[in-house]
Write a protein of this length. Structure first.
Length: 265
C-alpha cells in the first residue's frame, strides 16, 4: 500500500513538470495572465469569498490547477471539461440551438453546472474548492480559440506546424508559443493588455456564454483557413494575430471576474 501511494505521489510530481509542456489551453502563462486580470475587477465581497476558498493561492495561479491535476488518474473524468468541439462552422443561431440541446460532458455543460452549483451553495468545502478551480479554468479555456475547434483534428492538436525551428501543432501555438514569444512575465503581460473602457467591460460581461464560445469558434474557423499542415510560423504570424490573442486573454479575465462577482459578490 505504501509503495502504491508513493508511486502515485511521484507520478503527480512528475506531471506537474511534464503537463505544462503539452497542449493545454493558454498554457501556464496564459492562465496566469487571465487570472491576474480577473483579480483586478472583483468586488470586495467576491474577493473576500474567493480568498476564503483558495486561501493563499492567488486567482492567477489557481487557473492552472485543472491542467496540473491531469497527472492524477483519479481526476481523469475532468479531461473533457476543458473544451467543446464542433464538426463544422455554425452561425450564431445554430450555435445557440446546438448548445440548448447539448447534453455532452464538455466545457459548456460543465460551466453551466459549476455556476449553478456555486450559486446554490450548501456544498462541501472540498467540492467548493474543486468547483472554483474548474470554473476559473474553463472560462479561461473557452477563450482560447482552438478549444472551440474541430473534433476531427482535436482542436488543432493534429495539425502539425513549426514555430520557428521547433515542431509543434496549431493548438500549442495558441496555448503557449505566441504568449511566450512576447517575453513578459504574467504580471507584466496582464498590465500591458489590461485596457478596456467601462462600456466594453459591461458588454463583455453581460454577453451569454454562448456568445463567448461563438466568438472563439469564429476565430478558430479563420485560423483553420490560414494554415497549411507542415507550415513554418514565425514573425509574420505573431504580427498578424497578436491583437486577437491579447483581446481573448483580456476578455477571459474580464468575464471571469464578472461571473465570480455574480456568484459571490
Amino acid at each position: 500500500m505504501k509503495t502504491k501511494k508513493l508511486l502515485k505521489k511521484l507520478l503527480l510530481i512528475v506531471g506537474l513538470f511534464y503537463i505544462p509542456l503539452q497542449s493545454m489551453a493558454w498554457g501556464t502563462e496564459g492562465h496566469r495572465i487571465c487570472g491576474q486580470i480577473a483579480s483586478m475587477y472583483l468586488t470586495p465581497k467576491a474577493r473576500k469569498a474567493i480568498e476564503a476558498i483558495l486561501g493563499n493561492e492567488s486567482l492567477a495561479l489557481a487557473g492552472n490547477w485543472a491542467d496540473f491535476i491531469k497527472s492524477d488518474p483519479d481526476y481523469s473524468y475532468l479531461s473533457s471539461w476543458h473544451y467543446i468541439n464542433f464538426d463544422r462552422q455554425l452561425t450564431y443561431p445554430e450555435m445557440v440551438e446546438f448548445l440548448n440541446h447539448d447534453n455532452n460532458v464538455d466545457a459548456y455543460t460543465k460551466l453551466q453546472f459549476l455556476v449553478r452549483e456555486l450559486k446554490k451553495g450548501g456544498i462541501s468545502r472540498a467540492k467548493q474548492l474543486l468547483y472554483v478551480h474548474m470554473l476559473i479554468h474553463i472560462i479561461e479555456d473557452i477563450h482560447q480559440p482552438m478549444h472551440t475547434g474541430h473534433a476531427d483534428d482535436k482542436g488543432g492538436n493534429d495539425i502539425k506546424v513549426s514555430w520557428f525551428s521547433n515542431q509543434t501543432n496549431l493548438h500549442s501555438v495558441w496555448d503557449s508559443q505566441l504568449i511566450d514569444f512576447q517575453q513578459l512575465s504574467y504580471t507584466e503581460y496582464a498590465a500591458a493588455i489590461n485596457h478596456c473602457t467601462p462600456l466594453q467591460r459591461t458588454e463583455w460581461q453581460k454577453a451569454p456564454i454562448s456568445q463567448w464560445i461563438f466568438e472563439s469558434s469564429q476565430i478558430a474557423e479563420k485560423l483553420y483557413t490560414e494554415i497549411k499542415p507542415g507550415e513554418t510560423l514565425s514573425y509574420k504570424y505573431n504580427f498578424t494575430h497578436i491583437n486577437t490573442l491579447n483581446q481573448q486573454l483580456l476578455k477571459a479575465g474580464i468575464r471571469l471576474a464578472g461571473v465570480l462577482n455574480v456568484i459571490f459578490g
